[in-house]
Write a protein that binds this ligand. Structure first.
Ligand code: NAD
Length: 310
């Protein structure tokens, strides 16, 4: 198993180290445009193996040749959000970067699985899918796992319970239009609605919706990366170890939930073939229209990128 991480910044480097430590890949290659950064960070990580006890080879490079024959390619390259900047502000700049990065990686790997993290993630997943020509099952966006992690964290904190006992689902686009589905949230099987009043749950949903910006406002420069990297590695591990995990991921819908030809976050089964199944769950009428609204935003933004493919 060879995994290439494009972008040796906060998310990419944190994810690369986690992958190395978990030892489900033989080799992790870290690639960035900035000379020296991927090499230095990769060597530093590799040296930590003597203490953290892993043998995963970690290599840093500025040359896409070193990504040759990767099984999984994680894309985190791009610009991070700054305070006052929406994910959509990043759209054009990051789309051009993702187009370039995707065409480079596809020169050296014939049938990789691409996991997209760069924002706006649903739209960048579309760009990578379009540029790579890979089947939709092999181009997957990370957003829902992070949003769900934040939602679970806020629930656990409020109830003063372990995060391990919470099962929850956040659907839709990664952004302000995300759709936390309260009816599918439970604590050790007990519906959340039996444990917390609706107004408190609404507050947790609202905090989840603004989870990214809450961190951006603290950091001032840069955005969250520990939880994003952990969420991404959870997806990559499910693929690498063929775990058949059910996780909310961004995938190209073709009719499910009444949505056609738009990338959107929904529960999927993740295994060695990438997305092995899209699960269609019953949603209330407001949840269904919220999901549709979220898909409409993604579709509108993707249409704005047409000139990129001319
Ligand atoms: P960062 O600035 O720390 O790292 C980005 C890296 O990309 C930098 O090292 C930069 O040199 C590199 N880069 C820029 N252009 C490149 C190119 N053409 N080729 C190769 N590398 C290039 O940012 P970060 O905090 O690691 O975030 C990375 C991306 O992930 C951002 O777009 C951010 O918004 C996004 N993000 C998404 C989620 C999510 O839930 N999907 C969560 C967190 C961050």
């Amino acid at each position: 198993m060879k995994i290439t991480v494009i972008g040796a910044g906060n998310v990419g480097a944190t994810a690369a180290l986690k992958i190395a430590e978990k030892q489900f890949a033989n080799e992790v290659v870290l690639i960035d445009v900035v000379e020296g950064i991927p090499q230095g960070k990769a060597l530093d990580m590799y040296e930590s193996g003597a203490v953290s006890l892993f043998d995963t080879r970690v290599i840093g490079s500025n040359d896409y040749k070193d990504s040759a024959d990767s099984d999984i390619i994680l894309i985190t390259a791009g610009l991070a959000r700054k305070p006052g900047m929406t994910r959509e502000d990043l759209l054009m700049k990051n789309a051009a970067i993702i187009k370039e990065v995707t065409s480079q990686v596809m020169k050296y790997s014939t049938n990789p699985i691409i996991v997209m993290v760069s924002n706006p993630v649903d739209i960048m997943t579309y760009v990578a899918h379009r540029v790579s020509g890979l089947p939709k099952e092999r181009v997957i966006g990370m957003g829902g796992v992070l949003d769900t992690a934040r939602y679970k964290n806020f629930i656990a904190e409020t109830l003063n319970i372990s995060m391990q006992d919470i099962s929850a689902l956040v659907l839709g686009g990664h952004g302000d239009a995300m759709v936390p589905v309260v009816n599918y949230t439970n604590v050790a099987g007990i519906p959340l609605t039996e444990l917390l009043p609706l107004d408190i749950i609404d507050g947790l949903v609202e905090r989840t919706r603004n989870g990214g910006i809450e961190i951006v406002n603290y950091l001032k420069s840069g955005s969250a990366y520990y939880a994003p990297a952990a969420s991404t590695v959870e997806m990559i591990e499910a693929i690498a170890r063929d775990r058949k995990r059910i996780l909310p991921c961004t995938t190209l819908l073709d009719g499910q939930y009444g949505i056609n030809n738009v990338f959107c976050g929904v529960p999927v089964k993740l295994g060695k073939n990438g997305i092995e199944q899209v699960l269609e769950i019953n949603l209330s009428a407001p949840e269904r229209s919220a999901l549709q609204r979220s898909a409409d935003i993604v579709e509108k933004n993707c249409k704005m990128l047409e000139s990129l493919f001319a």
